[in-house]
Design a protein around this ligand. Structure first.
Ligand code: PHE
Length: 440
């Protein structure tokens, strides 16, 4: 497969992966996960989960991808035996499933950019959210968002994804830093920082059974694991760069951006006395507009900037999810990229219609993805890399890493087989009990 595309630079791969990792998970999901799980205490557990679970797991996906240099389904076949294709297939399916409703939320964000520019979110932001989040308009905006994703992925790795994310990721960081500056100037900033950054360890101890799996789930979702994205992206690496260094850069940047988002959201909420405990998807779409509505012109600028950041972040994640399925059809079946991308875009649009029609469906799709498909896919990945690929995985991780990693690579394998396996098993067990029934 000599004509298979590759990233032009190492930075291109890192930025594309950061673009995938940084998404609705950081800016939309993270603040309300923090709010519902005890504030700073959750942040602390989440940070530990990123280092202890997320980092070894992202390296597991990288190793599979770079070693096979193939789409996610072909990779398991190539490195294991044909039966393991099922693991890749689960990842590809899960990514497809997730993108169908991720795109619906992306559509809401497009709508909110327009509203923020006008500085109005109806007379009651909650009622307004109810009106725009479901129905024909949500379907139309979902189509628009899918179109944007298709428009990037159709141009391939170098001309599409790499070129787009090289601009998108710096833009996210720049705008967010500006917004953090604004947040710091607000009167509620002190109280917000305290809430967000000073952990009450008593909360962790008292709520460990719910806080720990929530933090592990958030770490996995936020690093784009389980949906074969990092396998696919790593398969386009050309060269023997150090995967641990790449993984660490991606994890640190992703976490930093999540924290920056919190440093924007919480000062706004505290200043307006909206309170951080608005749980669920409304945290960003209801509480924030409620807070912004009173800030006049500044509120408009901040609102537009904030929703633009969310849109860019959502789009740079959506393209990674789309690429997983596209690369499978192109690599394994030899389909033509542009046409394949367009056809998948149409199918994803259709699959997302129930979610765009009724948020109860969206919640169900999300629950299946995050509580079932994701942890099961990561569990199977850990079994594959930890036991089937094992010695080869260690070799692959050592490539390009210098002598200093000689001891670290076996330690990584050991951590996959113990801590990561255990954490993922517990997450599977606990999150499956959280599954939402279909709203029919
Ligand atoms: N990491 C993305 C986010 O935080 C979501 C995502 C998960 C994207 C899995 C791709 C694959 O929003």
């Amino acid at each position: 497969m000599s004509d298979r595309e590759t990233w032009t630079t190492r930075l291109g791969f890192i930025l594309a992966s950061v673009g995938s990792a940084v998404g609705l998970g950081n800016i939309w999901r993270f603040p309300f996960q923090t709010a519902t799980n005890g504030g700073a205490a959750f942040l602390f557990v989440y940070l530990v989960a990123v280092v202890v679970i997320g980092l070894p797991a992202i390296l597991a996906e990288f190793v599979v991808g770079r070693r096979a240099e193939m789409d996610a389904i072909g990779a398991f076949d190539e490195l294991g035996h044909p039966g393991w294709r099922a693991v890749g297939a689960l990842g590809v399916f899960a990514g497809f499933w997730t993108l169908s409703y991720y795109s619906v939320v992306g559509g809401w964000v497009i709508r909110y950019i327009g509203q923020a520019a006008m500085g109005s979110y109806g007379s009651n932001p909650k009622v307004f959210f109810g009106n725009v989040s479901a129905g024909p308009e949500a379907v139309a905006l979902h189509a628009l968002f899918m179109l944007l994703a298709v428009g990037i992925v159709a141009f391939g790795i170098e001309g599409g994804i790499e070129r787009a994310t090289k601009v998108m990721v710096p833009a996210i960081i720049l705008i967010l830093v500006g917004l953090v500056g604004y947040g710091a100037s607000l009167s509620g900033a002190g109280e917000a920082y305290d809430y967000f950054l000073t952990p009450d360890f008593g909360v962790i101890v008292a709520n460990a059974p719910s806080v720990i799996p929530a933090a592990v789930g958030q770490a996995l979702f936020s690093l784009s694991l389980g949906f074969a994205v990092m396998i696919t992206y790593a398969s386009y690496i050309d060269g023997d760069e150090s995967l641990p260094v790449d993984g660490l850069s991606i994890a640190v940047t992703n976490t930093a951006i999540g924290i920056l988002a919190g440093l924007v959201v919480f000062p706004l909420l505290f200043t307006q006395g909206v309170g951080p405990d608005t749980s669920g998807p409304g945290a960003v779409f209801i509480a924030l507009p409620t807070a912004l509505a009173d800030f006049g012109a500044a509120g408009r600028v901040v609102g537009v900037a904030f929703f633009v950041v969310i849109l860019i972040a959502a789009l740079s994640s959506a393209i990674s999810l789309l690429e997983v399925a596209v690369s499978y059809l192109v690599d394994t079946h030899g389909f033509e990229r542009k046409r394949t991308t367009a056809v998948l875009g149409v199918l994803l649009f259709l699959l997302g219609i129930p979610s765009a029609w009724d948020t109860a469906w969206l919640s169900w799709f999300d629950s299946i993805a995050v509580n079932l498909l994701l942890p099961v896919a990561v569990l199977l990945l850990v079994l594959f890399v930890g036991w089937v690929l094992a010695p080869d995985a260690v070799d692959e991780l050592r490539i390009g890493s210098g002598d200093s990693f000689d001891d670290l690579a076996p330690l990584w394998l050991w951590s996959l087989r113990t801590v990561v396996l255990l954490a993922v098993l517990v997450t599977v067990a606990l999150s499956v009990t959280d599954l939402t029934g279909a709203p029919v």
